[in-house]
Write a protein that binds this ligand. Structure first.
Ligand code: MEV
Length: 319
């Protein structure tokens, strides 16, 4: 059996994080500068059913059977086997690598799940279609993130910008025209922040004061719709003030942090059209909308303000 490789990009949320968990729309785009990769190869010397998992970047090497029941890698592989109704896979080695920083709001967990589900199912001779990969990756997300909206696994599976809304009976997943490309800088506070913790804190705050949080979520949803209109109209520069406004709502939700504030302020002071935290918040990454000729100046300002790293991503024109 030939080795099979699959990869999946990272992601950023442009608008609507947290509110999306409560049924409001959000916009996310893939980030192809970072990716997770899974390689599955035959292990001819081993007994059938033995699946060795190697993840050198997290110093993990273990047989599938020996991993804890709630291990995310085990969960993804087991879900694939169950879906394909295979009880004893051929002996194989699964090697996982990722350049996506962990707990940084870039979707590292979802990207590993997607790459793994694709490579493993293809190795078994039954490559899973995107819909199934997305659904199974969501199951892994649920185990590890409590109450995820599903936007991370969706944008990463389909690897294109999505307008996403969680809905009973089937999520709304729409692509939309983006006639003008635009440039976004992504900067990492260097402070790891598991999404589940921030989502759990917002849930507790919402339970204590539902009207206040519902109003914040409503306003975030309106900003997301306005952002989609601006993108579709070929006016991405109009996203700047919308990003600033969305950041203010996230501050009110309690998910910003001193490090995020420093980076957001530095980006704006250096001329960015708008800036906000992206993803769960509390740490992790922020994003800034910039003109192409501002990339250098704003990157330097972000690094000067303490960013652990900063990189540029372009949201390409889509028909
Ligand atoms: C995480 O990328 C986005 C959140 O809205 C959580 C979720 O949607 O599952 C914070």
């Amino acid at each position: 059996m030939p080795a099979v490789t699959a990869s999946a990009p990272g992601k950023i949320i442009l608008f609507g994080e947290h509110a999306v968990v409560y049924g409001r729309p959000a916009i996310a785009v893939p980030v192809t500068q970072v990716k997770a990769r899974a390689v599955v190869s035959a292990a001819p010397g081993s007994a059938a059913g033995q699946v060795l998992i190697e993840a050198p970047s997290i110093h993990q090497q273990a047989y599938l059977a020996d991993l804890a029941a709630d291990d995310p890698l085990k969960t993804a592989l087991t879900l694939a086997l169950e879906h394909l109704q295979i009880s004893r896979p051929p002996a194989c080695k699964v090697r996982i690598g990722s350049t996506i920083p962990v707990a940084a709001g870039l979707g590292s967990g979802a990207a590993v799940s997607v790459a793994l589900l694709r490579a493993f199912s293809a190795f078994l001779g039954h490559p899973l279609p995107d819909e199934v990969v997305n659904a199974l990756a969501f199951e892994v997300e649920k185990l590890h993130h409590g109450t995820p909206s599903g936007i991370d696994n969706t944008v990463i599976t389909y690897a294109r910008p999505v307008f996403f809304q969680r809905r009973e009976g089937g999520n709304l997943i729409e692509t939309f025209p983006s006639p003008q490309p635009f440039t976004v800088l992504v900067a990492d506070t260097g402070v790891p922040s598991p999404t589940a913790a921030a989502v759990g804190d917002v849930r507790r705050a919402w339970q204590q004061d539902p009207p206040r949080y519902e109003a914040l979520f409503d306003r975030a949803g309106e900003l997301t719709r306005a952002a989609r209109k601006a993108i579709e109209a070929g006016k991405p520069h109009e996203l700047g003030p919308l990003m600033d406004a969305n950041h203010a709502l996230l501050q009110e939700m309690g998910v910003s942090s001193p490090e995020l504030e420093r980076l957001v302020q530095a980006a704006r002071a250096a001329g960015a059209l708008g800036a906000k935290l992206s993803g769960g918040g509390r740490g992790g990454n922020m994003i800034a909308l910039v003109e192409a000729d501002q990339v250098e100046a704003v990157s330097q300002a972000l690094l000067g303000a303490g960013a652990a790293r900063a990189f540029m991503t372009r949201v390409e024109a889509q028909g």
